[in-house]
Write a new protein. Structure first.
Length: 79
């Protein structure tokens, strides 16, 4: 998430909208660690889902999480 933030030109202190998408195991882990992930990434919006299709994010990256295909997505928070 932090690398995607940097690659997207966002500062480490910028607030973001965050999406974590993948299969059951990815979604379960993303929900279990929800508060930690939000706190570490400064996310003001947090979406967990299966595919992320139809979601509106500025940057999306396919990632391998311990052998599980997943997708993370971020957007600069717009007030």
């Amino acid at each position: 998430i932090q690398r995607l933030r940097k690659d997207s030109g966002l500062e480490i202190t910028d607030r973001i909208g965050l999406g974590v998408f993948g299969g059951d195991e990815v979604r379960t882990a993303a929900e279990a660690f929800r508060d930690f992930i939000i706190g570490e990434t400064l996310a003001l919006q947090y979406h967990v889902g299966e595919s992320g299709e139809g979601e509106d994010f500025d940057a999306v990256r396919e990632v391998d999480l311990d052998g599980l295909e997943s997708r993370i997505a971020i957007s600069r928070w717009k007030e």
